[in-house]
Design a protein around this ligand. Structure first.
Ligand SMILES: Nc1ncnc2c1ncn2[C@@H]1O[C@H](COP(=O)(O)OP(=O)(O)OP(=O)(O)O)[C@@H](O)[C@H]1O
Ligand SMILES: [Mg+2]
Length: 353
């Protein structure tokens, strides 16, 4: 952590009580290279990144909440890379996967000869490995109550003993945890300890699902097409009909699912111009492809309650549809009733070009 970093952040801290400038700061605050792999311009998403970058600079515990495939793990990595601990390890612990019988030896390690089957030289646990660095408690909402109890103890004291050891070991770790579960709901059901929750959520970052940031679908498609095509070597692009299908889909698997679809299509297609025949079948289940195309823009866009976002999502959908049906761009401009310049700016903004 450096004083300079703090000054930079302070420089853009918006005036309290002015929601417009708060939003503007989230839109424009420069993000470090560690965030380069997190693509998206949606305001809720940008807010998550900016908040993460600000939190990264201290040792504060961060809890990342988001559905599966929304980017929790890459965000956790970006936080670690931005922090003063970037040259130290980031240890990823899948809390749901630790069997109760091995909790202590996995988390805290064991001394030689601690139990039958133990390696003779002993082994370090996750907390030892993460010393001076960051520990990512992944899928914390799926951890058993026994894992939660052990975690709470070490988080409160920073001290643990290895299995079979007598010495207190003190570690200095930064905690990032992530979950796709509703922790408050789990607390009510007595499946998650509230005392652990309060330790973990000093800073909470919410990653929005893809269906609530549809305006980012185009940006993500472009990004994955470039990555799949090996940069400049192949210039893949989707036909407008393909884009229509992709914008209409509800993306339960979020960005991971979109990434998979783009990679599938790139592998299926025989031409750099990709048509709907190269998309996986599940995108068409329920509604026929023609039905899907016939859905009017207003109905098809599931937008957030935020007016600016809702208008943008509709705008993008409408322009995409007109582009797909108009014989050429000049006609599309006439139908939309906007200037040529606005039209091209919007194509760029929405990744429709
Ligand atoms: N905003 C984004 N920009 C680019 N790629 C992204 C973005 N969000 C997610 N991805 C990609 O999607 C995939 C899933 O991301 P990640 O593993 O971080 O999700 P997750 O929220 O941890 O999911 P899970 O809850 O299933 O573990 C990764 O390949 C990641 O690179
Ligand atoms: Mg994950």
């Amino acid at each position: 952590m450096t004083g300079n970093d703090n000054q930079k952040t302070d420089g853009v801290t918006p005036k309290v009580g002015n929601p417009q400038s708060v939003e503007e700061a989230f839109r424009t605050e420069k993000l470090g290279v560690a965030f380069d792999e997190l693509i998206g311009a949606n305001i809720a998403f940008r807010k998550a990144l900016v908040t993460a970058q600000r939190a990264a600079k201290s040792d504060i515990s961060v809890l990342i909440i988001g559905e599966s495939g929304t980017g929790k793990e890459i965000l956790a990595r970006a936080i670690h890379q931005t922090s003063g601990r970037r040259d130290q390890p980031l240890v990823d612990v899948n809390c749901a996967a630790i069997p109760d019988s091995l909790i202590e030896s996995e988390l805290f390690g064991y001394e030689k000869g601690a139990f039958t089957g133990a390696r003779t030289e002993g082994r370090k646990g996750y907390f030892d490995e993460a010393h001076e660095g960051t520990i990512l408690l992944d899928e914390i909402g799926d951890s058993s109550l026994s894992v939660q109890a052990k975690l709470l103890r070490v988080l409160e004291s920073g001290i643990f003993k290895r299995v079979g050891g007598t010495k207190n070991i003190k570690v200095n770790v930064r905690i990032i945890s992530s979950t796709n579960q509703d922790l408050a709901g789990l607390i009510e059901l007595k499946k998650f300890r509230d005392d652990l929750f309060f330790r973990l959520n000093a800073f909470t970052i919410q990653l929005p699902p893809l269906r609530e940031r549809r305006e980012d679908i185009g940006l993500l498609i472009d990004y994955f097409l470039k990555r799949n095509g090996g940069g400049e070597k192949y210039k893949y692009r989707f036909l407008p009909d393909v884009l229509k299908v992709l914008y209409a889909y509800h993306w339960p698997g979020n960005v991971r699912e979109l990434k998979g679809v783009v990679s599938y299509a790139v592998n299926m297609t025989q031409s750099p111009v990709i048509d709907p025949g190269s998309l996986p079948n599940f995108l068409f289940v329920g509604k026929s492809y023609q039905d899907r195309l016939a859905v009017p823009a207003v109905e098809a866009v599931q937008t957030s309650r935020n007016l600016t976002e809702a208008v943008k999502a509709l705008e993008r959908k409408l322009i995409g549809e007109v582009l797909a049906t108009a014989p050429n761009k000049s006609e599309a401009i006439k139908i939309l009733g906007i200037s040529r310049r606005t039209f091209y700016l919007k194509l760029k903004e929405y990744g429709l070009g």
